[in-house]
Design a protein around this ligand. Structure first.
Ligand SMILES: O=C(O)CCC(=O)C(=O)O
Ligand SMILES: [Mn+2]
Length: 216
């Protein structure tokens, strides 16, 4: 399949109105620190494999969360909750470096309430979807890539809108805000062996979000 890929450059690019790609936002040292942070948070809030609503089909990605609220999916549907679905414990705090990316890139005056952490192995993918389970869309979504390169697909606010793809490398950060807050997006595939950041390969994605309307 032909992929309409943006060239990799280290400058911030507006891929669509409100859809910003901050290439190489995290340098190698920061990426290593974030991996250590994710390892630590996963010791408190372990990886688990969510299931699709209704069908109960397992996701190809493993997930955990950090922050006040975590996004979960099971046969009953998608929702945010303050406790890990398997352990019943509160989620671990959001790593400081992830908070830094939010502060630098979100242009939003409130901290994130949720951070979903996705773990992709070489065969994992994420279908085209909108991030629309939040009760309020005024905060952008800030999404951090670590490890193997992902082919990230994005389109418009309607599933039928045309899509384009871009490679997300380790250290890149994507912001879905403004007119692109509800843009469809997904991960078509992971380029196995493209990064040596994670022992054993694979990719980690941290997705920071606001969930409820902030108090005035
Ligand atoms: O892994 C990514 O880059 C995107 C993840 C995503 O869209 C999500 O978890 O909602
Ligand atoms: Mn998403």
């Amino acid at each position: 399949m032909m992929e309409d890929l943006f060239p990799a450059s280290r400058v911030d690019a507006e891929l669509a109105p409100g859809l910003i790609l901050a290439r190489g936002f995290f340098d190698a040292a920061a990426q290593k620190q974030l991996v250590a942070d994710v390892k630590a948070l996963a010791a408190q809030s372990p990886w688990y494999r969510p299931r699709m609503p209704r069908s109960g089909k397992p996701f190809s990605v493993q997930m955990t969360n950090c922050g006040a609220l975590g996004w979960v999916s099971d046969v009953d549907g998608y929702r945010y909750q303050s406790r890990h679905p398997v352990t019943g414990e509160p989620w671990a705090p959001i790593p400081e470096l992830a908070m830094d990316a939010w502060s630098a890139l979100s242009s939003y005056p409130h901290p994130p309430q949720a951070c979903l952490v996705n773990l992709y192995d070489a065969g994992a993918r994420m279908g085209l979807h909108q991030d629309s389970d939040e009760g309020d869309f005024s905060a952008p979504v800030v999404s951090i890539s670590l490890g193997d390169t992902a082919i990230f697909r994005f389109g418009g606010r309607s599933r039928a809108d045309p899509t384009r793809s871009v490679k997300l490398h380790s250290g890149d950060v994507v912001v879905l805000g403004g007119p692109s807050r509800l843009a469809f997006h997904g991960v078509d595939r992971i380029l196995a062996g493209s990064s040596s950041l994670l022992p054993g390969g694979g990719r980690i994605n941290l997705t920071l979000r606001g969930v409820t309307r902030p108090m005035p």
